[in-house]
Structures are given as C-alpha cells and as structure tokens.
Design a binder for this molecule. Structure first.
Ligand code: AGP
Length: 608
C-alpha cells in the first residue's frame, strides 16, 4: 500500500531516498517523507502531503546524511497531511520510523504511552511505534533489541525501517505481513518494500520472511527472528529487466504495459506447451496426474481484476476439463466461514502476491486443511510462499495501478492449467492440439489488436464524456464485460456497469438511453444470434452501441465496432479484453486523468 526505502553507506542518502520513493510512488501517493542522520548528530526530517515531487521541492540542499529512511503513504489511519506523513518521531526526536501495514492495537498502546509522557503529533498508528521503540531504547540497550522488544507488544502487520540518531551506523528493519527487501551494494546497503526501488543500484537482494528482523549496516546485514535467533539468508539475484521499471518512451506505464502483452504472454507460455501430447507442462503444481484426477471442484480466489481473471479461468477449466469451477472474491470468502472440501482444489490469484484479503483467504483454506495453488506474478511474494504450489506468470513487473499484462497472463496461465487438467481427463488430443495452436497464435493476434490503438483512441474520445457506460457479454463474454467496466471506472472515473447480456431485459434495460452507451462483446460463437437480438433491443431504446466483435454487426445494430481476431471460442475472451484496456486508457487520457496513479487507489492492497 505504501512504500519504504532506506540507505546506509558512504554517500549522501537523500538522492537515493527520493529516487527510490518516486519509483515506489505507484504503491501510495498521498504524502511522502524522508529522515536522515549522520556524523553531525540528530535526525533531520522533511515530510509533506502530496507527491514525491512535492517532497523533493521541500528538501533543501543541506539536507544530507549517510543513513536515511523514506516513505510514500496511502492513508489508512488519519487523513493525508504533513503531520500524518511518515517518518514519525518520538518525543526526543531520536527514533524515526517508517511503516507499511496496520498496528491493530494502536489505540491501546497510544493510551499507555501517553500516560508515560509520549506526546503524539499525528493521528497515525505508526507513531506509537516510534514512541514504543524509544521507550525500550534505554541506556545500554542496542537498537535492534529495542525494536524487537517493542514489536513484541504490537498486534498487526508491518514492514518497518527504524533510524536512531544516536546510532546512525545502522538501520533496523522488520517484516510481518508487509514486504521488506535488503539490497546489497559495494560497501553500502539499500532497503525497500519492493525491488523496483533497488534495481538501479543492485541486483543482489534478500527478501525478509514474516517474523524476521535485520540490522543493516554499510558493510552488511544480520538477520534474526522475533525471539533473537540468528537466521542465515542467502542473497538472490533479481532477474527482471531494469527497463521494466521505466516508461521506456511511452507516455504512461499503463500504455507500455498494454503494449508489452505479446512478449509477456510469450513468457507465460514459454517452455510450457507440449506439442507431442497436446498438453501443457506446469512444473510448479506439485500435484501428479493421479492427485489431479481426484479433484472434483475448483475454487478460484482473488480480488478485483484478479477475481475477474479467475472467472475467465473457471470458464476455461469447466470447458476444457469438465470440472465444476467457480471464482469468488477472496475478500468475501475469508469472512464467511467457508466449507473447505478435501476434493476441491483452491487457486489464489494475485499479481502482487501481497493482497492481504487474498493472503488471508489462502491462510483460511490451509488452516482448515485445504490445498491451495497460487497463480502469481511476483516471485517469492507472500501469497506465492504460502501456497502449496502454483504457476508464476513471468509477466514482468507491473507498475501502473490498473492491471493489464498480469491480467492477460493470468488468463493464459489458466488456459495452460485447464489444458493440462483437460488432457488428464477427457479432452481429446485433437482438442488439445486446437488449444495449443491457439495459444501459440495469441501474441501475434494481440499485436494486431494493439495496432488499432489510434482508432480506439478516437472512439474513446467520442464516448469519454458519457455519464456512464454499460458493458455487456454473454457467458464467456460476461467476465470480459466485468473487467472492461472495472478498467474504465478505475482510471477514467466514468461510471461503468457490467451485466450479463441475458439479464439486460430483467432490469437494467430501463437505464438505456443515448446518454448511457453500451459496450457489447459480440464474439462469433454459438451465442451470436442471441447477442445480436440484445443489440436490437438496445437500439430500439435509442441506446448507442460500441460492439467489440469478430464480425462487424449490421449498422442498424451497432454505431461503432472494434474488430478482434478470432481465436478458439474458449480463448476468445482473452483477446476481446485487450481493446477494452485501450478504450479505458484512451478515455482516461481524454479526460486528463492521472492514468498510472488513479485517485484513492494503490497498486497492492496490503491492508484489510
Ligand atoms: C486492477 O486493475 C486493480 N488495480 C485491482 O483490482 C487489483 O487487481 C486487485 O487489487 C488485486 O491485486 P493483486 O492481483 O495484486 O492481488
């Protein structure tokens, strides 16, 4: 939700802190702050409501120190304001803390600390951490001991970095439910909540585990557990390209990520298709054919677009493997005391691998003895680690808040899983070959759609000033409509509603008017005639229609049409979705929205 950075080494920390925060801004962007310490003594702090650029403008040239921490915030406790921005200090302005996550017992701790003399200057839960650590950092107690003792009193989730004016030779960090990564440099060390802030400086990283702390010094680090046992962590190498963290000449990350899809789909497919047996190889499932045959149901769990990708995945599994499959919002599932069945396979979907609701749903299934696979983009993320096996997307880092390439790769991963499942059950070799060759054709077909970007921009400009938009699709088309509506509302703030086309006449037809255009998914499949009838019903009520179709409908049924290349019917939803990404993007640009950082949202929702 928020972003953390820290630096310790021979150089001035501030340039790295500001650059790192700018790279993490997609995770939270309503306020930002930095604190530095050095040989001159004392902690210097600057923090502002607003963007990292506003912070940079406030930081004077003399703001220097060889040890520093920084934060970009997405407000949970207290409004976005200078006072609520991190870092937070104790009374003596000695201990500075930046924090991602939520201190659940903050109110109780605040009362206790206030009674002991702590003066609170913000409404945040984080400020209790600086006072609590300061209370433990008494004469002769090492900073790491004070942090460990303070965290022992905290209920909640955190990734934290702590700076002590009296010990500027170290930064102490801790993780519990919110990522912390150490970056190993040449006689300097970096810390961040996400590798994107580090990759320009080092590829050697250590991901802390939940319940782990680290003392980070310029010449290295030491990791240990909450009960002070030393842990031994081997660095790993970040293999994502540095270019992935830049807009690479595109106006926005979102447009770049939409255009990266031919390559990201190729990476999701790479080495996983078996032409000989017309199936897919998925090494990470940790389930053999016999175990897979025993599965009677599939339940897919994810949030937002990950949930809609799961709906497409459920359709693929039912169609190709003939196993009942259903997708449900993880955020609902975890609260409803779900029945966990031994012969059900649970699949968690998450781009970031950090979404708290999805992680909690996985933990709920596992607690009850269920088996969970992860379909995850971020290698080594919390959800990936919690699952029993799964499929990595290899889509590359996704920076824009709106998910596009990870969404598409998730559907591709489900197609591979459904093919694998299907071929273990009754999917014929001929049908297997049909899917294999359709999967191989996807990157080229996505390129064909992307080539229509300018034309779609023209349509987006025409529809962007509507009071709202209806998205409709039938059966396979319905999840496409849901994801299309989600993308439009998320980045353009145009109200968008998705409905099954078959349900229109049961209520929402009353909304149809020239002011509420409809985006209709019209694949050339067995339901084409039904879809054309629905278009006729909309036109009869003076509704405007933008069809996304394989064949241009009669001009009396659609005002405009975006043509999409045809795949196999099971895979058509994936391609039908791509023009809707471009439509949402260009509508947001036409409306001058902050495309990559839409209001009120953050890339990973690591809180409840
Ligand atoms: C997608 O455009 C959204 N920003 C959002 O719905 C997202 O898909 C959801 O929060 C889940 O994120 P995850 O895939 O990282 O778990």
């Amino acid at each position: 939700m928020c972003g953390i950075v820290a630096y310790i080494g021979p150089k001035d920390a501030t340039p790295f802190l500001l650059e790192g925060l700018a790279r993490l801004e997609y995770r939270g962007y309503d306020s930002a702050g930095v604190a530095v310490a050095g040989r001159t003594g004392g902690v210097k702090v600057r923090k502002v409501k607003g963007r990292v650029a506003d912070l940079a403008a406030e930081v004077p040239a003399r703001f220097k120190g060889t040890t520093g921490i920084g934060h970009t915030r997405w407000a949970t406790h207290g409004v976005p304001s200078d006072a609520n921005a991190h870092p937070h200090l104790d009374n003596a302005e000695r201990i500075a803390v930046v924090h991602n996550g939520i201190v659940e017992n903050a109110d109780e701790l605040r009362v206790r600390l206030a009674a002991e003399g702590a003066v609170f200057r913000s409404e945040t839960d984080t400020e209790v951490l600086s006072h609590l650590i300061a209370a433990h950092a008494t004469e002769g107690v090492e900073l790491e001991e004070a942090v460990r003792a303070a965290l022992g009193k905290v209920v909640g989730t955190y990734g934290i970095a702590v700076l002590d004016a009296e010990r500027p030779d170290r930064v102490v960090v801790a993780r519990n439910g919110s990522p912390i990564v150490l970056g190993i440099g040449e006689k300097e060390m970096f810390v961040a909540s996400d590798v994107s802030a580090l990759v320009r400086y080092t590829r050697q990283v250590v991901h802390l585990e939940d319940g782990e702390l680290a003392t980070v010094r310029a010449d290295g680090f030491r990791t240990f557990t909450e009960d002070a046992r030393t842990t031994h962590r081997q660095p790993s190498t970040v293999d994502w390209e540095i270019d992935s963290y830049d807009t690479g000449g595109y106006e926005h990350f979102l447009l770049k990520e939409i255009h990266e899809q031919p390559g990201s789909v190729e990476r999701t497919l790479s080495g996983r298709l078996d032409e000989r047996f017309a199936t897919a190889h998925l090494g990470g499932l940790n389930l053999d054919a016999r175990e897979l045959r025993e599965i009677r149901r599939v339940k897919i769990l994810g949030c937002g677009s990950a949930y809609y990708a799961g709906e497409m995945g459920a359709q693929l599994i039912e169609e190709l493997a003939r196993i009942p499959a259903h997708s449900e919002p993880a955020s609902e599932f975890r609260y409803r005391n779900p029945v966990i069945e031994a012969d059900t396979l649970y699949i968690a979907v998450s781009q970031s691998g950090e979404t708290y609701d999805t992680l909690a749903a996985v933990q709920e299934v596992k607690r009850k003895g269920g088996r969970v696979l992860g379909v995850v983009n971020t290698v080594g993320s919390a959800i990936a680690r919690e699952c029993d096996g799964g499929i990595y997307l290899h889509a590359g880092p996704e920076i824009s808040v709106a998910s596009t390439k990870a969404f598409t790769s998730t559907v591709v991963a489900f197609a591979l899983l459904a093919l694998h499942f299907g071929r273990i059950h009754d999917l014929s070799p001929a049908d297997g070959r049909r899917i294999v060759s359709a999967l191989n054709a996807l990157p080229g077909q996505i390129r064909e759609i992307l080539a229509q970007s300018d034309e779609i921009a023209g349509l987006a400009a025409e529809y962007a000033d509507s009071t709202g938009m209806m998205f409709i699709g039938r059966v396979r088309g319905y999840p496409v409509a849901r994801e299309g509506a989600q993308k439009l509302k998320e980045i353009s703030y145009v109200h968008a509603e998705a409905y099954p086309a078959s349900e229109l006449k049961h209520g929402p037809l009353a909304l149809i008017s020239p002011e509420l255009p409809t985006v209709a998914l019209v694949p050339d499949d067995e339901l084409l005639d039904k879809n054309l009838t629905t278009l006729g019903e909309i036109k009869a009520r003076a509704g405007r229609v933008l069809a996304v179709a394989h064949r241009r409908p009669d001009a009396r049924l659609a005002d405009h049409c975006i043509l999409v290349p045809k795949s196999e019917p099971e895979l058509d939803p994936l391609l039908l979705n791509i023009p809707l990404q471009l439509l949402a993007y260009h509508a947001a640009v036409a409306l001058k929205r902050d495309v990559d950082k839409p209001r009120n949202l953050a890339k990973s929702v690591t809180v409840e």
